[in-house]
Write a protein that binds this ligand. Sequence first.
Ligand code: IMP
Length: 417
Amino acid sequence: MKKLAVVGAQWGDEGKGKVVNYFSRDFEWIVRFSGGANAGHTIYVGDKKYVNHLLPSINPVIDSKGFLGAGMVIDVGQLIEELKILEREFPGISSRFYLDPEAFIVLPWHKEEDLLLERMRKVPIGTTGRGIGPAYTDKASREGLKLFVLFDEVLLRERLETIYHMKRSKYNRDFAVSIEEMLVYLQGLRAELERLSVNFTSAVDMYRVFRSTSVLFEGAQGVLLDLDFGTYPFVTSGACMAHGVSSVGFSTFELDSVYGVLKAYTTRVGAGPFPTEELSEVGGLLRERGKEFGATTGRERRIGWLDLPALRYAKIRSGLTGFVITKGDVLNGLDEVKVCVAYDVDGVVKELPSTSYDFFRAKPIYETVSGWPVTDHINFLKYMTFIERETGVEIDYISYGPKTEEMKTRNDLIMNI
Ligand code: IMP
C-alpha cells in the first residue's frame, strides 16, 4: 500500500496543506510527524477555507483519518479549537483523529518563554510565538510532559512538582499558576478531548494498520527551516525533512515517494539568510498577488526569486524523489523571471551549498528566462524543465490556484499547451 511523504522544499509556506489535501483522497491515513501549531496548513472544502495548525490535512468529506505523531509538540487547547471549528460543519469528525500518547504537550509557559527569549535575542529569530522552541527544549532537557501523563493523575502531579521545582531553581522564577490550577487545566483539556471522542493510540499499536494501508506523511515547515540542517539558528526546533517519519515508526526506505513542494519563487517568514530576497517593487507585487502573509501570524512574508542551489540542497538533505510546483500563476504576465543558478560564496562559485553556513555568505548568480502569460504556456513548461534539469528532480504536479481541485499533472499541462 502506498506511502508518500510531502515536505516543504524551501522555507515553508510552499502550499503543503493544499497539496496534501489534494492527494488525501487516495490515502486512508494522513500523518503529521513533527512541529506544532507553528504550521499553518490552509485547505479548502468547496469554497470554505480552513487553516489548520495542528490537525493533519485530511479531506473532511471522505473517510480518511489523521494521526498526530510522537515527534510533534501539541498545544492541546489549540487542537481543541481546531476540532470544534471542523465539528460545526462535520459533526463527529474528531473521532477520525488519533493522538500518539508519546507526543509532547506545549504548556502555557512555553508560549511565554518563546516571547521572552525572542526579546532577549540580539537578532530575534522571528518565531511564531507558539512555544515551539521552549517545548522542544524541555523535551530535550527532560522537563516536558508527554500526553500520556494526562491519564495518570499521580504521575501528572509528580511530573508537575518536578518541573516546577527545577524551573524555580534554575531560573529563580515562579509560575503564574499553582500546581493545583495546572492540574485542573490539564485534566479539563483531557476531558474535552474525550468528549470529542479523539483517539489515543501509539505508533507501536498502529504498526500493522499503517503497513496494511495507504499513508500520507504531511511535513511541516520546509527543509531550510529544519533544526539540524536548515539555516541555523534561524530555524524551527523540529524535523522538517522526510526522515522525521521515524517518529511514527517508519524508515524512509518504506516510502514510495518523497514529494518536495516548491513555490515557483521563494518566500520566508522571520529572520535569517535569504540569498535571493527581492526588496524591489517586484517583490512587493508578488507579495500582494501571492497573498504572501503568514497563515499563522499574519506577518508579511519576505519574497525572492527561485533559488536552485537551495533546492539542490533540499533534494539531498531530504531525499526528494519528485516535486510539486505551486503558485506559478503568481508570476503570470512578468516579461522576465530571474532564477538563481549558483551562489558566489566568498569568491567560490557553488551550485550546491556544502553546509548551512554557505547560505549566510551566498551571493546569488542569476539567469533570466522569459515569462509566461498563463501557466498553460510553453514558457512555463520551459521554466519547469529548467528546474528539473538543474535539480535532477522531476516536477510531477502543478498547483495553479488555492482550491484543492486546482492541480494538474505534468502531462495535463503539456496537453493544454
Ligand atoms: P518557530 O517554529 O515558531 O520557533 O519559528 C522559527 C522560525 O520558523 C521562524 O522564522 C518562523 O517564521 C519559521 N516558521 C515556523 N513555522 C513556519 C511555517 O509553518 N511556515 C513558515 N515559516 C515558519
